[in-house]
Design a protein around this ligand. Structure first.
Ligand code: T5A
Ligand code: NA
Length: 226
């Protein structure tokens, strides 16, 4: 780019458990590196920080936390990295995140009372703590059916890896995606649904075709906020 005001993009890969996010972010990272493009890769929850360790203990069920408290920890875990993300894209290094605020909303808003099946936390309450975080330029939402996820060896032992939960999470992501719209308007986050139930290589190619032009072109204008 000739203009001196451009910055690098902020790209998020979101999706259901077992949809292949970590596989594809790792692949994307090394493919960009092969082309000489250094990127900054992050994963949420970032289990390495003090807050991340509390989240990890909760997910592994070695600790119990109030649902609101853990929701705020997930958000705080993103705020810990907010200024780093901002500085990195300004310094023209693309940022790629494996999960972000959309996971925060989708998983918390999908929780229900065990007795009556009613939602535990209002959707808008779940959204609030992330308002003001850096907004991604592109979100790739990895969609997969619970049946396809099961075929990948099933869910693990972590707290949210249960089929009924995943069905509700998928519904929440659908709602978030609808609210974002196609996002093709300039200055809006673009939300793209990826059919993540296909072969690794097919998903890989689609991801590459969406991400590489953005990385190579750069973004005009400042990072926006959620
Ligand atoms: N959470 C997270 C919240 O509640 N609030 C928040 O704010 C945030 C950020 C942990 C949990 O935290 C919740 C959401 C989660 O429940 P995590 O650490 O991202 O989040 O979860 P992980 O368990 O690490 O990751 P996932 O289970 O989501 O898996 P991935 O990354 O989607 O999938 P991946 O790449 O590890 O692949 C899963 C398996 O499938 C195979 C892989 O080899 C692997 O065995 N696979 C494929 N198989 C066939 N075809 C393909 N195309 C395949 N791609 C991968
Ligand atoms: Na993962």
């Amino acid at each position: 780019m000739s203009n001196s005001t451009w910055r690098a993009p902020f790209i998020v890969i979101e999706g259901l458990d077992r949809s292949g996010k970590t596989t594809q972010t790792a692949n994307l990272y090394s493919r960009l590196q092969d082309e000489g493009i250094q990127t900054s890769l992050h994963k949420f929850p970032d289990r390495t920080t003090a807050i991340g360790q509390m989240i990890n203990a909760y997910l592994c069920s070695t600790s119990e936390l109030d649902d609101r408290a853990v929701h705020l920890l997930f958000s705080a875990n993103r705020w810990e990295l907010a200024s780093t993300i901002e500085k990195t894209v300004s310094a023209r290094t693309p940022v790629i995140c494996d999960r972000y605020a959309f996971s925060g909303i989708a998983f918390s808003a999908a929780k229900v009372h065990s007795g009556n099946g009613q939602p535990l936390l209002p959707f808008e309450w779940c959204r609030a703590p992330d308002v003001g975080l850096p907004a991604p330029d592109l979100v790739l939402f990895f969609d997969i059916t619970p049946e396809q996820a099961k075929a990948r060896g099933g869910y693990g032992d972590e707290r949210y890896e249960k089929e009924e939960m995943q069905v509700r999470v998928r519904e929440m992501y659908r709602r978030i995606g609808e609210e974002m719209g196609a996002g093709d308007a300039p200055g809006k986050t673009k939300w793209v649904v990826i059919d993540a139930g296909r072969e690794r290589e097919v998903v890989q190619e689609e991801v590459w075709n969406l991400v590489s032009p953005l990385v190579k072109r750069g973004i005009e204008g400042p990072l926006r906020r959620l």
